[in-house]
Design a protein. Sequence first.
Length: 414
Amino acid sequence: MNVADLTSTAQALVARGKGILAADESFPTIEKRFKKIGVSSSEDNRRAYRELLFTTKGAGEFVSGVILFDETLRQSAANGTPFTQVLKGQGIIPGIKVDKGAKALAGFPDEKITEGLDGLRDRLSEYLKLGARFAKWRAVIGIGDHIPTGYCVEANAHALARYAALCQEVGLVPIVEPEVLMDGDHTIERCESVTATTLSRVYTHLFEHRVVLEGTLLKPNMVLSGKECPRQAPVEEVADATVRCLLRSVPSAVPGIVFLSGGQSSEVATAHLNAMNAMGDCPWELSFSYGRALQDAALKTWNGDSANVGAAQRRLWRRRPPRPRHPRPSPGGLAVPFRPASPPRRAGGLSTPPPVDLDVRGEHRPGPPVCPSTRLPPPNSVPVSVTHHTDWRVDAASFVAAPLGLKAGGFVVW
C-alpha cells in the first residue's frame, strides 16, 4: 500500500468543480435503460454508448473519474484505443465496480447483503493491471416497518470494510457506498436516523479494518423523504438534514463525499447538491457520482443512432453540475492526518438539529460513535469495556457525534 498515491488519487477524484460519472450499469440494468428507448442491449450497442460518453469533448473539465463495469474496462473505442486510455487522455481516472450485487439476506425478509468478497483480492490485482485506479462497492439498506435490522446494517458495514481494506492493499482507492434507499413512505427524519446509524457503523468497521481514510471516498445517499411519503421535503430541508447527518457521522479525514442520485431526477439531484455547497464550509469536498442524473438526456438523444452522437454529447455537456462554492481546506500532507476534535460545525444557516433517536436495537452492541474530527476518543468521554472493543460514550457537553445505544425489544434501526 502506498498511502501517498492513494491519497493523491482520492483528492484528484474530488477536485474542485469535478465529480464522478457512474457508467457501471450491470447487464440487467443497462438492458432496462436501453429497452426504454427501443435499443437492444447487444455488446456492440453497449460499447458504442459508452464510447459516446467517454469521448465527449471537454468531459475532463467536469468529470474527474468514471466507474466502469467489468465488460467496459476490457473494451476499446472504435479506433482500437482501450477505454482506459481514452479516459486518461481526457484527464479522467478510470475506476471499476467490483461487487457482485445485492442478494437476499438469509433469515431476514426484505433485506439484502452485497456479495463479491470471494476471490476479490485477485480480481482487484487484475483490474489494477487493466488500468483502474479506484473501485466501488455498493451496499443497500431499505427502510420499512420492520427494517433495517441491526444485523443487516452490521453485515453490510463489515463487507464494505473488508472490500476497502483489500482495495488499499493492492493500491486502489475504495469508494464506499452504503445506500439507504428512498423507496417507501418514510419521513425525512426517519431517513436521517437510519443514514446516520449506517454511516457510524461503516466507519467503525473501516477503523477496525485499519483502512486509511485519507485514501477513501464516501458515496452516500442524500437524506430524503421516501418516494411515497405524503410530504416531500423541500430542497433546503434536504440540504440541511444531509449536511447535519454527515457532520455527525463522517470523519474529516475523508477527502470527499460523492453523492449518488438514487433515483432522483437530474434536476432535483443537482439542486440538492448545489444547495449543500451553498451552505458554507465543510470538512470534506461535496461532489457527485451520478449515473442516470447525468446520462438520461444523452441516452434519450442518442436513441441507438450513430447520427445522434454529436447531439447526445452536447446534452451530456450541458448536464455538467454546478461548481462547489466553498473552499476546500488544504490537507497539509500526511504529517497531521487527523484534525483535533472541535465543536460541531455549523454550516451557513444550518438550523439547530432536532433530537434524533439513532439507536440500533438488537442483540449485538452498535459500537462506538465515530467522532467526525478525529479517530481519538472524543473529549470528556469515558471508556466502557465491552466484549469486542471499547465503546466511547460521549458526554452531552462535548457532543461531536450522534450517540448510539442499545434498547430492548426488536431489531429495527430507527
